[in-house]
Design a protein around this ligand. Structure first.
Ligand code: ZN
Length: 43
């Protein structure tokens, strides 16, 4: 997975909320976050 903003490597992380947890990609360079909801909306 490459960052759309800077092209660096993105690391997969899980974000835990109060009622649900989501997976998402975070860029290790610029901090850009792409989560599953964003990916679905881009389809
Ligand atoms: Zn980036």
């Amino acid at each position: 997975m490459k960052c759309n903003r800077c092209g660096s490597t993105m690391a997969y992380e899980q974000f835990f909320g109060s009622q649900e947890h989501l997976g998402g990609w975070r860029c290790i360079f610029c901090g850009e976050i792409v989560d599953d909801v964003i990916l679905e909306n881009r389809e």
